[in-house]
Write a protein that binds this ligand. Structure first.
Ligand SMILES: Nc1ncnc2c1ncn2[C@@H]1O[C@H](COP(=O)(O)OP(=O)(O)OP(=O)(O)O)[C@@H](O)[C@H]1O
Length: 658
C-alpha cells in the first residue's frame, strides 16, 4: 500500500534564524528587500503599460512620534488575493521567474525569501495591496510564529488602499532605531541612491526627501538627457549640445569620484561589459595606496546596492583603481551581498582587466605626459603588470625609468645611448660596478622588484635592443694584468697586502684599471655576501636569535653542500688593488722599515673598498679599521716625537717575525 504524499513543514523561526545569522550580514537589509520588491512591482506595471515611468514612486514612512509603524508603499503591480497566500506565505516562492523557472534578468528578486527578512526586525508583516490590472484590495498578515491570515478589504476598509502595495512593520524595541527617520534615510540612500525609480523618505513634520541621484558612473561616455530648457535648437547645434552634455556628465562623474576617493581621481576609465549588462567606471587613485593594498569594488544591481566593497573583482595588479559598477546580468547570491562566482562573473572580470589594460596602452600611445603622471604615482603597479604581459611591456617599457650609474634614466634614453643594454642583477653588484664602469658606459641597476624580469623582456619588447647581465667578475676579467717592469712592484704590493689581510678570508690581486682614484675594489660573490651578512648578525646577536642565526648559517644550502664536498673551497672575496692608482704604486716602493705603515694603509684600503661596495662590516673588519686608525695616529704623532720605534707596533702577520 502506498502512503499518501505529505508536504514538508517549515519551521519559520529556524528559517529566520538561518537568514539572520548565515545569509544576511545585518538586519538592516530588510529595507533593501522591501525597496527591491517595490521596484520589481513598479517594473512589472511599467512593462504592462499600467504605469508611466515618470509616475513611479516608492515612499517610505519611518517610525516616528506620529506612528509606531514603518510603511513602504509602491504604486506597482500589486497582487491578486488568489496569489497572495502562495507568493507571500510560501518560502522560496517568487513571481520573478520565467516560464522555465529561471530568474528574469529584468527583476532583482528571484529566491522568494526576501520578505522574510522583515521578521528580523518585526514579529508581524502586514501587506496591503490592490492589483493594477483592476480588482479588490486585500490584506495579508504574516506572523513570526509561522501563521498568516488573508482577508479582502471591502468597502471603507479598502478605500484608502490605492493601486500598488504597502508593507507595514511594527519593529521590536531593539530594532526601533533601524526604522526611525535618521537611520532609514541613511539606509535608503546607501541602498537606493542610484535606483532608477523615485524613492522618497517622509521626514518629521511631513517633509519629503528624495534619495535618487543619477548613476553617472554607468553612463559617462554616452551623454545623459539633453537639457530640455534649451528651447528650439538652431541648425547644426546638436553636436555642440551633445558635447556640452558629455562634458557635464564627466564633471558629475569626477565629483562622484572625488567623493568616493576623498580627492579628485587622476583619471576615469569606462567599464562596459555588454555580455553581462555591466557598466561602470574605474577611478584612478590620485595617490599611491599602501603596499599590498587590494582595492574593492562598489557594485549595484539595477541601481540597488549589492556591496560597497566586493573583493576579487579586479586583477591582482589593479591596485591603482577603485571601481563602481552596475550590473543587470550577473547573478546575486541569496544574501544579495555578492555575485555568484560563475562564467558571467569570470567574463566580467576579464573584461574589466582588459579595459584597464587598454587605458594604459592608449595613455602610452597617445598621452606620454599623462603616462608619466600616472607612473609617478603607480609605477610599481604597472611594472607588476608589464612583467606578465609582453604586449603591454612593448608599449610601456620605453617609459619606465631605471637607476643607472649615470642617474635615473628612461629606458628609451638608455637604449638610445647604447641599444646593447647591460644590467646588474643585484643592487649590491650594481653599486660595485658603478664604481668601476667607465663613465661613458651605462650600467643599469635591475636589482629592485620586477626590474630583472623587465630587463630580460627588453630584447623581445624592443627588437632593436638587447639586454644582458653584467657582473663585477666580467669587468675585472677585462682589467689588464700588470706586466713588464711593473710586474715586480705589483707582486710586492700583492704580497704585502696578503700578509696585512691575513685571517680575513680575502684573496688579493693587482690589476690596472680606471678610474685611477679608486685604489682598490672589494669583489664578493652575492652568495658569499649573504653568508657574511648572516655571520655579522650571528656575531652581534645573542640569546635565542643568536642560536637561530647559528643554526641557519650552519645548515648548508644544497649548492653549498655540493661545494663543501669539493677539496678546494673557493676564496670568499678578492681585493683587487689598482696599479693605476698612485697610492698603490707608492706602496710598491715603500721602505722595509715602513712596512707597518704599508700594512695599516692596506688594511684601511681594504675597509674603504668594502664600504665603497656597500658591503657589511663584520666585527673583525671593524676591529682592523679601529686598530689601523689608532696605529696610524700613534705612528704619526709618536714617530714625529722620535721617542718610540717601529718595532713597538709589529705584530704577527706584519712580516717581521723572522
Ligand atoms: N511590493 C510588492 N508588490 C507586488 N508583489 C510583491 C511585493 N512584495 C512581494 N511581492 C510578491 O511576493 C513574492 C515574494 O517576495 P520575496 O521578497 O519574498 O521574494 P522575491 O522578491 O521573489 O525574491 P528574493 O528573495 O530574491 O527577494 C514576490 O515574488 C512577489 O510576487
Amino acid at each position: 500500500m502506498t502512503l499518501p504524499s505529505q508536504p514538508f513543514q517549515v519551521n519559520l523561526h529556524a528559517v529566520v534564524e538561518l537568514l539572520s545569522t548565515h545569509i544576511y550580514s545585518h538586519p538592516s537589509v530588510f529595507l533593501r528587500e522591501l525597496i527591491q520588491n517595490a521596484r520589481d512591482a513598479i517594473m512589472t506595471s511599467i512593462e504592462q503599460g499600467t504605469l508611466a515611468p515618470d509616475d513611479a514612486l516608492i515612499r517610505i514612512t519611518p517610525v516616528g512620534p506620529e506612528s509606531s509603524e514603518l510603511v513602504v508603499t509602491d504604486n506597482g503591480a500589486g497582487m491578486y488575493r488568489e496569489d497572495m497566500a502562495e507568493l507571500l506565505s510560501t518560502v522560496g516562492q517568487s513571481s520573478k521567474r520565467d516560464i522555465f523557472d529561471l530568474p528574469r534578468t529584468d527583476r532583482l528578486g528571484q529566491f522568494g525569501i526576501g520578505l522574510l527578512s522583515c521578521f528580523m526586525v518585526s514579529d508581524e508583516i502586514i501587506v496591503e495591496t490592490r492589483p493594477a490590472a483592476g480588482g479588490e484590495a486585500s490584506r495579508w498578515v504574516g506572523r513570526s510564529d509561522g501563521t498568516f491570515t488573508l482577508e479582502p478589504l471591502e468597502g471603507t476598509s479598502g478605500a484608502g488602499i490605492k493601486v500598488g502595495t504597502r508593507v507595514r512593520l511594527t519593529p521590536r524595541p531593539e530594532s526601533r532605531e533601524l526604522t526611525m527617520y535618521a537611520r532609514v534615510w541613511e539606509l535608503a540612500t546607501l541602498y537606493a541612491e542610484f535606483l532608477p525609480v523615485t524613492l522618497e523618505v517622509c521626514g518629521p513634520r511631513g517633509t519629503e526627501r528624495f534619495v535618487n541621484r543619477t548613476p553617472f558612473f554607468t553612463r559617462h561616455l554616452s551623454p545623459s538627457v539633453l537639457p530640455s530648457e534649451t528651447g528650439t535648437l538652431e541648425e547644426g547645434s546638436i553636436e555642440d549640445l551633445h558635447a556640452w552634455a558629455l562634458e557635464r556628465d564627466l564633471e558629475h562623474l569626477a565629483e562622484y569620484g572625488a567623493e568616493l576617493l576623498g580627492a579628485p581621481p587622476l583619471d576615469m576609465i569606462d567599464i562596459s561589459v555588454p555580455e553581462t549588462g555591466t557598466r561602470g567606471t574605474a577611478f584612478v587613485l590620485p595617490a599611491s595606496p599602501s603596499p599590498g593594498a587590494k582595492q574593492t569594488t562598489r557594485a549595484y544591481m539595477g541601481g540597488l546596492l549589492v556591496s560597497e566593497s566586493l573583493p576579487d573583482l579586479l586583477p591582482e595588479w589593479a591596485f591603482f583603481v577603485r571601481v563602481v559598477l552596475d550590473s543587470t546580468g550577473l547573478t546575486p547570491t541569496a544574501s544579495r551581498e555578492n555575485f555568484v562566482n560563475d562564467e558571467a562573473l569570470a567574463v566580467t572580470k576579464r573584461a574589466i582587466a582588459s579595459s584597464l589594460r587598454a587605458w594604459i596602452l592608449s595613455l602610452a600611445e597617445n598621452d606620454p605626459r599623462g603616462l608619466q603622471r600616472f607612473l609617478a604615482i603607480h609605477d610599481l603597479a604597472l611594472r607588476s603588470l608589464a612583467v606578465h604581459d609582453a604586449e603591454l611591456a612593448r608599449i610601456v617599457l620605453p617609459h619606465f625609468t631605471f637607476e643607472t650609474n649615470q642617474g635615473r634614466m628612461l629606458v628609451s634614453e638608455i637604449v638610445a645611448a647604447n641599444p646593447r643594454v647591460r644590467y646588474a642583477e643585484t643592487t649590491e653588484e650594481f653599486r660595485q660596478l658603478a664604481g668601476v664602469i667607465p663613465s661613458d658606459q651605462i650600467v643599469v641597476n635591475a636589482g629592485y622588484v620586477y626590474e630583472k624580469d623587465l630587463m630580460r623582456m627588453l630584447g623581445e619588447a624592443l627588437p632593436s635592443a638587447s639586454a644582458n647581465p653584467i657582473t663585477l667578475g666580467d669587468v675585472i676579467a677585462q682589467f689588464g694584468a700588470v706586466l713588464g717592469a711593473d710586474a715586480e712592484g705589483a707582486e710586492r704590493v700583492r704580497a704585502l697586502a696578503e700578509t696585512a689581510l691575513f685571517g680575513l678570508d680575502c684573496d688579493v690581486q693587482v690589476r690596472a684599471f680606471t678610474p685611477e682614484d679608486v685604489p682598490a675594489l672589494y669583489v664578493v660573490d652575492p652568495n658569499v655576501l649573504r653568508s657574511m651578512e648572516l655571520k655579522r648578525l650571528e656575531e652581534s646577536t645573542s640569546g635565542f636569535w643568536g642560536d637561530l642565526m647559528r643554526e641557519v648559517t650552519a645548515a648548508p644550502s644544497p649548492e653549498q653542500a655540493s661545494e663543501t664536498s669539493e677539496p678546494d673551497l673557493p676564496t670568499l672575496a678578492t681585493l683587487v688593488l689598482n696599479w693605476s692608482s698612485s697610492l698603490v704604486k707608492m706602496l710598491a716602493g715603500i721602505d722595509t722599515d715602513d712596512q707597518v705603515v704599508a700594512s695599516r694603509t692596506l688594511r684601511l684600503m681594504y675597509v674603504q673598498a668594502m664600504l665603497a661596495g656597500h658591503n657589511p662590516l663584520r666585527p673583525a673588519d671593524r676591529a682592523i679599521l679601529n686598530e689601523s686608525l689608532s696605529d696610524m695616529l700613534a705612528l704619526s704623532t709618536n714617530l714625529m716625537r722620535r721617542d718610540i720605534s717601529v718595532e713597538d707596533f709589529l705584530e704577527p702577520g706584519d712580516g717581521h717575525e723572522s
